[in-house]
Design a protein around this ligand. Structure first.
Ligand code: MSP
Length: 734
């Protein structure tokens, strides 16, 4: 093992919603990088976890009617279960509600307070609960980041003197000491920094679900404060290593982080707030509040940054589903479990297994490989990428079933058939004579050998630049080259020839193909850890995990494949997937109303909710409408006052608007068929009435959960039912 260490982190995910493939994407990329750095012999630490404090979580828990801790336990558990099913190799999973984390965050806060970088002030501003951040907009205006309505908060707050770090941060990023990639994100951060930094409010007193501000700061305030959730969350990267605790061995070994991997929407938090907190820990920076911030020479910051700041932050783009960002509030998420459950049954039965079906963990790992490959191959890292089930199946069949998997089976079956399963002896350099077919196949085989090292040298930097898609494309090219060699040389024809030269070529072609497969398998290992381990064992090479740990995969040597060695037991790697699987996955994602739920009313033209794309099944005999209903019948309908927080058009849907309505304790997405009569601007901020207990349903891939009340005459404009401004949001109409 080398002396080099590699510490990679993912964002810690909010526990207000269950994981979807957007979260899986970041975690997969981190896992791929961790596996790669381990095989390079670097001592690697991979951290992920959950972000469990803040108003957003407090409100989600209240909406679910449970204590925030119970709520967080449940959702954090679902993240951990999913990573286990997928074979993610994180070294630690941090939860911000753990007592170790809480104590360490208080230690961080107290240190910054002591140094004079935190002080108490009163602040009034617009707060975006969804982003957990104060934003610079006028009261009543939506958040510039996410478009949701902001709330006016006036609070006595602790402030962090962020403004003191504008210059050092610009210097560190411009000099590359803090690497921010891709370029677009670096420019975004730099222009934000150059626009000037305001001090940052880092406590909240309007709710309690957070880490209490510690003494002595707590006694200085007239109210109880909790620490701002972003300070709490960002600190996870060091608290997980034991910062602020009695055992900081990991911290001394792995900090500073080599890479914080994040989605593009949280780049500023990671490239501005986080490094500023860390710079402020420098003991040479005592700040007396009555003075202007201390100015340290750039070299001082730079020296501190070398041991205290992460080396790199890289941001990937968003996974889009039907053209918009996949997110819980939009309801257009794809759950990773759907993909595991749909592809898992395709997992080939391992040789000698008694059951017809592979064991569940194997199936999950097999299916996880498919998602890993798709996300890394399909989306150029750093850019947004569309996800669809059809694309997933097409890519799987093309590259994995027909490409890699087929090549492995084809080649190894021929080695088994013609050489009794032992690796044949090549004679690559024997003269080809003047037979053009022989010359051609020998030249193709020799070219694969000659490129064996250079290909690895070419590919490794692509990986280090996160150019996963290009990297995988190159591996697929290698696979096509070997495939072409087999098609051109037609070993099955050579096998029938009695000429010694043909027999020699047969051995050579199959030897070179096995080498090509061995190389492709080693190169694919970080992305396809499960499938490549199976292929490696079939090649007779034993455990791929052991080969990775021993450093053998760092740079494969041609000479390490020994003629005469025996193949392992053979079997399929990636069977073809039927296109029908796409529909199966779509169905798995569509919520089905429980049998006991009464049939949903078909929205009359007056009801301002869109008709579903798939009309709800109608009973054949129409029940007679009772002339009157009981009060109990009416009580079943839950009508509440809501405020429209977000309104937008849906691409390619002329009649539909996507709304997010604030119900006080939660925010809902409702799709409404009123686009012909209302523009999004007409609607923002309006107080309306919503039927809240309708079962959710999907339209155009988006979930609609509720219906607006409106009055209209046949086909005419629906007039939204409204309530006076004094009617509290969330109150029930009875
Ligand atoms: N809790 C904060 C992060 C704190 S880190 C100190 C947070 N959590 S989150 O649950 O919203 O997760 C955000 C991260 O999940 C994104 O930065 C990204 O890594 C991943 N993704 C969530 N949705 C995604 C997509 N639709 N597409 C790609 N990645 C996505 O922000």
């Amino acid at each position: 093992m080398s002396d080099r260490t590699f510490y990679v982190t993912t964002p810690i995910y909010y526990v207000n919603a269950r994981p979807h493939i957007g979260h899986a994407y970041t975690t997969i990329v981190a896992d791929v990088l961790a596996r790669r750095h381990r095989l390079l012999g670097e001592k690697t630490y991979f951290l992920t976890g959950t972000d469990e404090h803040g108003q957003k979580i407090e409100r989600s828990a209240a909406a679910a009617g449970v204590h925030p801790q119970a709520f967080a336990d449940q959702v954090s558990g679902s993240f951990q279960d999913l990573w286990r099913r997928m074979g993610i190799t994180h070294d630690a999973f941090i939860r911000t509600t753990s007592s170790r984390h809480k104590l360490a965050v208080q230690h961080l806060f107290a240190t910054l307070y002591e140094r004079g970088f935190i002080e108490l002030r009163t602040y009034t501003g617009q707060y975006c609960v969804s982003d957990e951040a104060f934003v610079e907009v006028a009261p009543g205006e939506p958040c510039p980041e996410c478009g949701r309505i902001t709330e006016t908060l006036s609070e006595e707050n602790f402030f962090f003197k962020l403004s003191a770090f504008q210059r050092p941060l610009i210097d560190l990023i411009e000099s590359g000491q803090l690497s921010v990639t891709p370029e677009t994100r670096r420019n975004e951060v730099l222009s934000f920094l150059k626009g000037g930094l305001k001090d940052l409010s880092i406590s909240r007193s309007s709710f309690t679900w957070g880490i209490p501000v510690p003494e002595p700061a707590a006694s200085a305030a007239s109210q109880k404060h909790v620490i701002y959730v972003w300070m709490d969350a960002l600190a996870n990267y060091i608290t997980a290593l034991g910062y602020g605790s009695s055992d900081d061995t990991l911290f001394r070994t792995f900090w500073p982080a080599d890479l914080h991997l994040v989605g593009k929407e949280i780049i500023r938090f990671h490239c501005i707030y986080w490094p500023a907190f860390l710079l402020a820990l420098n003991p040479r920076l005592q700040h007396n509040s009555s003075e202007t911030p201390p100015v340290l020479p750039a070299e001082e910051h730079s020296a501190w940054a070398r041991t205290w700041l992460p080396q790199a932050v890289t941001a990937h783009g968003w996974l889009l589903f039907e053209e918009s960002k996949m997110s819980k509030s939009r309801g257009n998420i794809v759950r990773t479990e759907t993909i595991l459950d749909a592809f898992g049954p395709l997992c080939p039965q391992p040789e000698g297994a008694a059951d017809a079906a592979a064991a569940p963990p194997q199936r999950d790992l097999f299916a996880a490989d498919i998602l890993r490959y798709f996300l890394l191959r399909e989306i150029p890292f750093g850019q947004d990428g569309g996800f669809s089930f059809d694309a997933l199946i097409t890519r799987y069949n093309a590259d994995l079933a027909n490409g890699y998997g087929n090549l492995v089976s084809r080649t190894l079956n021929m080695v088994a058939q013609y050489f009794g399963g032992s690796i044949p002896e090549p004679s690559l350099d024997s003269p080809a004579g003047d037979d053009p077919a022989r010359s051609e196949r020998r030249a193709m085989a020799a070219a694969i050998r000659d490129d064996f090292h250079t290909l690895q040298e070419r590919l490794h930097p692509l990986f280090d630049r996160y150019a996963f898609s290009d990297y995988l494309l190159e591996v697929m090219r290698l696979i096509s080259r070997v495939d072409n060699l087999l098609s051109t040389a037609a070993p099955w024809k050579l096998a029938k020839s009695s000429q010694p030269e043909d027999q020699r070529d047969l051995a050579t072609i199959l030897f070179v193909s096995v080498q090509g497969i061995r190389l492709a398998t080693a190169l694919l290992y970080p992305v396809l850890p499960f499938a490549t381990a199976r292929a490696w064992a079939q090649l007779g090479l034993g455990s791929l995990e052991e080969a990775a740990a021993s450093g053998e995969l760092k740079l494969l040597q041609w000479a390490d494949l020994k003629p005469g060695a025996s193949l392992g037991p053979l079997g399929a790697i990636f069977p073809r997937a039927d296109k029908g699987l796409a529909q199966k996955m779509t169905d798995m994602e569509t919520p089905v109303a429980p049998a006991s739920t009464p049939a949903e009313p078909v929205p009359a033209p007056v009801a301002a909710s869109a008709a579903p794309e798939q009309p709800a099944a109608q009973p054949t005999a129409q029940p007679t409408t009772p002339s009157s209903i009981s009060i109990d019948d009416f009580a079943k309908i839950e009508l509440r006052v809501a405020q429209i927080a977000v309104a937008e058009r849906i691409p390619k849907a002329d009649k539909l608007l996507r709304l997010e309505v604030d119900l006080g304790t939660e925010r809902r997405q409702i799709l409404s068929g009123i686009a012909e009569w209302y523009t999004p601007e007409d609607l923002l901020g309006r107080r309306i009435i919503v039927i809240t207990n309708l079962a959710p349903r999907k339209m155009r891939g988006l979930e609609s959960h509720g219906m607006l009340l409106a009055a209209s005459q046949d086909g005419g404009k629906p007039h939204l039912a409204t309530v006076p401004d004094e009617a509290p949001i969330g109150s029930r109409l009875k």
